[in-house]
Design a protein around this ligand. Structure first.
Ligand SMILES: [Zn+2]
Length: 94
């Protein structure tokens, strides 16, 4: 089974710990790096986005994730929804 870990499980915190170990603490699209005070008490303003959507069988592992700021995460989600509509109703884009 591709999804070894349920969403929001300890895997999520393991991935974030690993990202910090490799000093990936910024948005992978716009390079925004949240100030350290925003990352206290377990808070993390950056989001782990699934490159291949989880609901389409995308893995929860690091290889299928990208670390994004909230703005880039919104854009990525929007583009994924737009792509989904395009594949279901290409006639809408003619
Ligand atoms: Zn960003």
């Amino acid at each position: 089974m591709e999804n070894q870990f349920p969403r929001g499980s300890r895997n999520e915190s393991r991935i974030k710990k690993r990202l910090l170990e490799i000093e990936l603490d910024f948005c992978e699209i716009c390079n925004y790096k949240p100030p350290s005070f925003m990352r206290t008490n377990g808070n993390d303003p950056l989001h782990l986005h699934h490159i291949k959507p989880y609901k389409l069988g995308g893995s929860d592992s690091l290889i299928n994730r990208i670390y994004l700021c909230p703005n880039c995460h919104s854009i990525a989600d929007y583009l994924a929804r737009l792509s989904d509509v395009y594949h279901k109703r290409p006639d809408l884009f003619n």
